[in-house]
Design a protein around this ligand. Structure first.
Ligand SMILES: [Zn+2]
Length: 141
């Protein structure tokens, strides 16, 4: 599967459209088994914040936050599709729904690692040993 260095993405209804700078393809490809990700079932990859630009329909995005209210989960308010979120474990990154990318068939990506999001209660998005983890917090952000 060819991933363009500048890829276009959209939610299902097309109200929300975005561009992704992916010079190295899909990085940090994963699923996560936390309460949020297992429900939405999305395969995600990561980009630096500046690597994702909403080109259309920013006003159509709804923001969902829970638990520590750190991560910002965005979805289209019309069709309900999750597009991206600002990660809690690394707020300098967005994770995005690879199925929203033009030309990407998520079920042809091959095996995608499942991140053990439930074992790191304070950090369900991607464990980073450099993070200052507070294990007294439970739930995902
Ligand atoms: Zn939509």
């Amino acid at each position: 599967m060819d991933i363009k260095p500048l890829s276009k993405g959209a939610c299902h209804c097309g109200n929300v459209q975005f561009e992704l700078s992916l010079p190295n393809g899909l990085e940090d490809l994963r699923r996560c088994d936390c309460s949020m990700c297992s429900r939405r079932g999305a395969i995600v990859a990561s980009v630096p914040l500046k690597g994702l630009k909403i080109t259309k329909g920013e006003h159509s995005l709804s923001l969902y936050q829970f638990n520590t209210m750190t991560a910002k989960h965005y979805f289209c308010s019309n069709c309900g599709i999750y597009t991206h979120h600002q990660r809690r474990s690394n707020p300098k990154q967005f994770a995005f729904n690879v199925a929203c990318l033009e030309g990407v068939e998520p079920y042809k990506l091959g095996p995608v690692p499942v991140l053990d999001g439930t074992s790191h209660p304070a950090d369900k998005d991607g464990y980073d040993p450099d993070d200052n983890i507070d294990y007294s917090i439970s739930g995902h952000g």
